[in-house]
Design a protein around this ligand. Structure first.
Ligand SMILES: [Ca+2]
Ligand SMILES: [Ca+2]
Length: 241
């Protein structure tokens, strides 16, 4: 009798344990399925085979992965592969004092670095190894004349993706017209802000969106009247209004 009780108890334990285990399995599968749906059509945007990379910190579930249609905001440490010495650390750069942002796919950043961060999730940390022949471009990351990018050497970058945003240079037609919703041929702070809120990349209405909109205006507002004419606006626009 005792033996049968034990058997029953054992069986019940197994029954209890199986759903617990399979629940876990199901949960993981569901997450993966969601990921596949989210990233459909973008899965090919991972680094090409010639780029050596590995995730130091992976984010398994993210709303969006970095593509070459985005602007990337990264913090990174650049090291020489030969001796591991650091030639640049964006967190230590007191001149820029912020992460580095650049539109992807238009030669603003170092080619190998740019290819190596494709497919990253926000907050992910990735190590990217860049062979000497892929240490090209990068005019936006550093001043090309200040000698900070060691050319002709194999480099290692440890990159944290801080932010993704719309790529203002690539693939966006006439942003002047997109921004100018009241069609007065001037861009106002309010119009830029309205666009950023609708876009949603930088979150809902708040200080960040306001600040970014101000930056868009201030950067080009040569006569300091608080709005941008078509001539002042340096973003993507067609040849004429
Ligand atoms: Ca306007
Ligand atoms: Ca102006």
């Amino acid at each position: 009798m005792e033996y049968r009780k034990l058997l029953v108890a054992g069986f019940m334990l197994i029954c209890l344990a199986i759903p617990v285990l399979s629940d876990d399995d199901v949960e993981i599968e569901v997450e993966d399925e969601e990921e596949v749906e989210e990233f459909e059509g973008r899965r090919d945007q991972m680094p090409p085979p010639e780029i050596e990379w590995e995730n130091i910190k992976a984010v398994t579930k993210c709303r969006k992965r970095l593509t070459d249609d985005d602007t990337a905001g990264i913090h990174f440490v650049g090291k020489l592969a030969s001796d591991g010495s650091i030639f640049y650390d964006s967190r230590e750069d007191n001149v820029k004092d912020e992460w580095q942002s650049f539109p992807m796919g238009v030669g603003e950043s170092i080619k190998g670095l740019e290819l190596g961060i494709l497919g990253m999730c926000k907050d992910e940390i990735r190590k990217v190894v860049v062979e000497p022949e892929m240490v090209k471009n990068g005019r936006h990351l550093f001043d090309p004349n200040d000698g900070k990018i060691p050319r002709g050497q194999k480099l290692i970058f440890e990159v944290e993706l801080m932010q993704m945003g719309p790529n203002y240079i690539k693939g966006l037609p006439n942003m002047f017209k997109v921004y100018d919703t009241d069609k007065d041929n001037l861009l106002s702070h309010g119009e830029i802000k309205e666009y950023l809120i609708k876009d949603g990349t930088f979150g809902p209405d708040g200080p960040l969106v306001s600040k970014l909109a101000k930056e868009v205006i201030d950067k080009d507002d040569r006569d300091k009247d608080g709005s941008l004419t078509w001539k002042e606006f340096s973003g993507p626009k067609h040849d004429e209004l």
